[in-house]
Ligand binder design. Structure first.
Ligand SMILES: NC(=O)C1=CN([C@@H]2O[C@H](COP(=O)(O)OP(=O)(O)OC[C@H]3O[C@@H](n4cnc5c(N)ncnc54)[C@H](O)[C@@H]3O)[C@@H](O)[C@H]2O)C=CC1
Ligand SMILES: O=C1[C@@H](O)[C@H](O)[C@@H](O)[C@H](O)[C@H]1O
Length: 340
């Protein structure tokens, strides 16, 4: 491995451009070597002013650039399976944005391909695991001081959704974070989903079922509810309260500054995930670069990516049918025997 980990970034949109900036300016130990995006203007804009970075229309061309030692996938979810398999074929470690692969059959093919290699190469971009508040909640639950967790109440609000957003994406794009966070915080698998739809907000695009109220049942008897509202109009809010046998713990309420002036107080609300989770993305990439340089793979695994896809797919079916829907998970390969 060279002194600075050479990274190819696939996809130079919102997340890709932000990760390129992060690899270049925030995280030490890595350098961006190649960027691929079919939108050449976007790729050029993302690498502007950076010497020694090549730009490509095809993902595989970027992977084959000399000096590429690892891959960061930030293309749309539908492109992830092909990119992951191409990285595996070259033995390259990967940080793949969520959703790992949106459809569970494709996600399982990725798991099987990695298990076939006999070693982990993939870390999935579930950045909440690197957020200070989530990490503190996880430590508290793991300590057992509050007894067994019984309920998680979650809120996930975005100011507005992108134009391509569908009702299913509230679950498989947005709630995918709560699916992973719940599995990780509780150490349980999710085995059933019910989705309730209140009347849609007048602030949501016509035809979008927004907000939604999602209820997950876990294999050890806990319940997780998620209010997801992606056109709330007022701010980016991600909250979670764990209710346990001997107490409760709440995160996501005191993240920003409170400004007191002119006889009143005003709490700032972040506008989007890039602001709310800025530190978490930094820590996520630092952990990935450090582990990769040390020849290790840590963090959310391809199995976690598959489990999230399977639960989300059951959630989308529950949304469409209006009924409680069971989640079917394939057997977990030995490679992923460690707890999530
Ligand atoms: N962890 C998080 O909080 C977030 C994660 N995401 C995830 O990041 C990924 C990218 O999302 P955004 O940046 O918001 O989307 P975006 O639409 O802003 O950018 C995607 C870029 O990928 C390019 N692209 C399309 N096909 C490609 C291919 N085959 N190879 C390389 N590039 C390709 C597009 O031209 C576009 O420039 C998605 O998986 C999304 O779910 C997005 C927002 C937040
Ligand atoms: O991952 C993300 C987006 O893709 C998704 O669309 C948003 O709802 C989430 O808040 C954000 O974290």
């Amino acid at each position: 491995m060279s002194q600075l980990l050479g990274v190819a970034v696939l996809g130079a949109g919102h997340m890709g451009a932000d990760h390129i900036r992060r690899l270049d300016r925030v995280v030490s130990g890595a350098r961006v070597v190649a960027v691929a995006d079919p939108d050449a203007a976007r790729a050029e804009e993302a690498v502007a002013g950076r010497a020694g970075v090549t730009v490509h229309a095809e993902a595989e061309a970027a992977l084959d650039v000399p000096g590429v030692e690892a891959v960061l996938i930030a293309s749309p979810g539908e492109a992830h399976e092909e990119a992951l398999l191409a990285a595996f074929a070259r033995g390259l470690p990967v940080l793949c944005e969520k959703p790992m692969v949106p459809d569970p059959a494709g996600a399982l093919r990725v798991v099987e391909a990695e298990a076939g290699l006999g070693r982990r190469l993939t870390q999935i971009g579930f950045m909440r695991r690197y957020d200070t508040e989530y990490a503190r909640l996880k430590s508290l639950l793991d300590s057992g001081r509050l007894g067994r967790p019984l309920l998680l109440h979650c809120t996930h609000r975005n100011v507005s959704s992108p134009p391509y957003f569908t009702s299913a994406m509230l679950i498989d794009s947005s709630v995918s974070h709560e699916i992973d966070a719940a599995r990780w915080l509780l150490g349980h698998e999710i085995d059933a989903v019910t989705v309730h739809r209140p009347r849609p907000s007048a602030g949501a695009p016509a035809g979008l079922s927004d907000p939604q109220f999602v209820v997950f049942e876990t294999d050890r008897g806990a319940l997780v509810d998620v209010e997801v509202f992606v056109n709330c109009g007022f701010g980016y809010q991600v909250r979670c309260e764990a209710v346990c046998e001997a107490g409760s713990a709440r995160i996501g309420e005191d993240h920003t500054m409170v400004v007191t002036a002119a006889g009143g107080a005003r709490e700032e609300v972040p506008a989007d995930y890039l602001l709310r989770f800025a530190d978490a993305y930094d820590r996520e990439l630092r952990a990935w670069v450090d582990a990769t340089r040390a020849g290790r793979v840590t963090g959310p695994s391809a199995w976690d990516g598959y489990a999230a896809a399977a639960v989300a797919e059951a959630g989308v079916r529950a949304l469409e049918s209006g009924t409680r829907t069971a989640v079917g998970l394939a057997p977990r390969p030995a490679l992923y025997a460690e707890p999530h």
